[in-house]
Design a binder for this molecule. Structure first.
Ligand code: COA
Length: 322
């Protein structure tokens, strides 16, 4: 049996930091409200001209260095993003070229905030079938480009960034299980209501923005993440106490705490970066993973539960013996 195992991680955040105080000057909000309702203290914002691929490239180099992987070794590239540089070619193709790689499969995955879990699950399956030996899996976003900076319901929540992992074929797990789900009946609760074949003038004019019914998203997210925790534990015959670290999508501290409570997990076993990064959508899980591996909290042999929830709705989990 072939398994896949994470051999390196990397993360990158744009230089510019936007504190809550700056948002107080832009919309009718307060540092206190943002911190208490979302947990966000600051977020990073891409510079003018800095693209999703730029962020992905930095994160990819760091992950490759950590895994001692060279460009020649990579035989699959998947980029999870909702904010690609171009309509096409895919950001994965642009990244492949930046890294000096030719001929490998390279494609984007669009599952909004669950994008990285989707991409990881796909790469895992490529490796398990024997068609891939070493995959570069990236979550990267410049969400600031689709935020209406006059809408206080959304602009306080999001940030830009990229996280990456190298996933390699291995004789032992590795990735123990992945579960992916979606339910399009919730399409209107969280969306950018324009695209190439709908209202494309908004895209051309730079007026395509995230719209969200925050309360409704919150309720469905908490319930759904509870269910995916149950599904993952029961499918693997695990008890709650078997999980060493929860690495959740960083949407809101209150949603994360609810999932931790479901696992009877103290918050010091939960990797929390939403305070420093905001919600970076597909980048949030690999960024959080990278932070906790680099600061030494996550150690080899630990059992990790990665989970995410996002627009669509989409949701998923990955159980990992690190
Ligand atoms: N600053 C100050 N006040 C704000 C505000 C802001 N940025 N946004 C909303 N408010 C106000 C509301 O107008 C409302 O005022 P009212 O009581 O006078 O009507 C009050 O705060 C409470 O609003 P509500 O929407 O009930 O707050 P909430 O506790 O649900 O928190 C969110 C709002 C958006 C933080 C929360 O619903 C949430 O996190 N939802 C999930 C969002 C998410 O994670 N999306 C991505 C999923 S991947």
């Amino acid at each position: 049996m072939i398994y896949s195992s994470i051999t390196g991680t990397g993360g990158y955040l744009p230089e510019r930091i936007m504190e809550n105080a700056e948002l107080e000057q832009m919309v009718n909000t307060s540092d206190e409200w943002i911190k208490s309702r979302t947990g966000v203290v600051k977020r990073h914002i891409a510079a003018e001209g800095e693209t999703t691929c730029d962020l992905a490239e930095h994160a990819a180099h760091k992950a490759m260095k950590a895994a001692s992987a060279s460009s020649d070794d990579i035989d699959l590239i998947i980029v999870a993003t909702t904010t690609p540089d171009l309509i096409f070619p895919s950001t994965a193709c642009l990244l492949q070229h930046r890294l000096g790689i030719r001929g490998t499969a390279a494609f984007d995955v669009q599952a909004v905030c669950t994008g990285f879990i989707y991409a990881l699950a796909i790469a895992d399956k490529f490796i398990k079938t024997g068609s891939t030996k070493k995959a570069l899996v990236v979550g990267a976003e410049t969400l600031s480009r689709i935020i209406d900076w006059t809408d206080r319901d959304t602009c306080v929540l999001f940030g830009d960034g990229a996280g990456a992992v190298i996933l390699e074929a291995s004789e032992t797990p590795g990735i123990v299980s992945t579960f992916l789900h979606a339910d399009g009946q919730y399409k209107d609760l969280l969306k950018v209501p324009s695209g190439i074949s709908t209202d494309c003038t908004k895209i051309k004019d730079g007026n395509a923005f995230i719209q969200m019914q925050g309360n409704e998203v919150f309720k469905v997210a908490v319930n759904t993440l509870g269910r995916i925790v149950d599904e993952t534990l029961s499918a693997n015959n695990l008890k709650k106490k078997d999980i060493d670290w929860l690495v959740p999508h960083q949407a809101n501290t209150r949603i994360i705490s609810a999932t931790a409570k479901k696992l009877d997990m103290p918050m010091d076993k939960v990797i929390l970066t939403v305070d420093q990064h905001g919600n970076t959508s597909a980048a949030s899980v690999p960024l959080a993973l990278d932070v906790a591996i680099r600061d030494g909290r996550i150690q080899r042999g630990d059992k990790l539960l990665l989970e995410a929830f996002g627009g669509g709705f989409t949701w998923g989990s990955a159980l990992i013996d690190y």
